[in-house]
Every structure is written in C-alpha cells, then in structure tokens.
Write a protein of this length. Structure first.
Length: 163
C-alpha cells in the first residue's frame, strides 16, 4: 500500500515543486520513499507542461535538492487516490476544499506550515514569484522547517496501516 501526498500552490512552478522536492528528500533520508508517493500541482493550469521557475530550480539545486519538474493543474478526481493534500497558503486551501467532492476529501487538505510547531498564526508560505532569489530561499527555509512535523505525521499514518 502506498501513501500519496500532493503539494499544491497557484501555478505549480514555485512553491509546490519546491515542497515536493524537499519532502521527497526527507522521505528518502527516513527510508520511507518506497512507501510514500509525492507529487505537486497548481490550482490553475497557466503553466501546465512548463518546468519549475528557474529561481526555484537554482535554489533547490544549490541546496542539494532535485530541480526536475513539470507543472500540472490539480484535478478534483485526484482526491480519491490521495491521502493528503498539502496547500501552500490559505487561498489554496480554500480553493482545494471547494473543489473537494465531499467532506472526507476536504478534510485531506492541510496547510504545510501547520506542521511547523515554531510557526505562529501566519501559516501561509508567501509567493516568491514577483520577487528576487531571497524570497525563494525564504520559502525553502519554511519548507525545511515544516518537513520534520509532516514526516512525523506521515509516519504515524503509516504505523496506523501496520506497515
């Protein structure tokens, strides 16, 4: 049995591919990469088929992560095969919950930064698209900070499956 996670931002070229790459690396380090499938998508399809933003790729690769990516748009039909849908900001969370076919699917949508115990009330990962490299670096830091909590939550789910 495979646990499936999808990270979602607006266009699937900045935040969600970055979160996907970071979390995929954490899963590999934990030896869980064979049990958990990770991908990403956007709430919109403007960039479908494009690679990640060059600034995303540069920041990822400079920090030892994979920058390979092809953008796509999230589809409501995916909820049935996903265990967890991770929104990068509250706007994505609202859009995904509206798209969910039912309350069970809407409950699968969580904010990434909710897994970082050091975060206060602002759980949004800001959109770095219109800024410089420093915004992408800040996003990476937020994703790395949330990854241990998300990894712990996924481990708990897998233990519940008696893996």
């Amino acid at each position: 049995m495979t646990y499936r996670i999808c990270f979602v931002c607006t266009g699937n070229i900045c935040r969600s591919p970055m979160a996907e790459s970071v979390f995929r690396a954490r899963l590999a380090e934990a030896g869980l990469d064979g049990l958990v499938e990770v991908d990403s998508a956007g709430t919109g399809g403007w960039h479908e088929g494009d690679g990640a933003d060059p600034r995303t790729v540069a920041v990822l690769e400079e920090n030892g992560y994979d920058g390979e990516h092809t953008a796509r748009q999230f589809q409501a039909s995916w909820f049935s095969r996903l265990d967890l849908v991770i929104a990068l900001d509250s706007g994505h969370q609202k859009a995904l919950r509206r798209l969910a076919p039912g309350p069970e699917d809407a409950a699968k949508v969580r904010l990434l930064r909710s897994y970082d115990p050091a975060v206060g009330d602002d759980l949004d990962v800001p959109d770095p698209y219109y800024g410089g490299t420093e915004g992408f670096e800040a996003c990476l830091e937020m994703m790395e900070a949330a990854s241990p909590g998300l990894l712990a939550a996924v481990r708990e789910q897998l233990e519940g499956w008696a893996v």
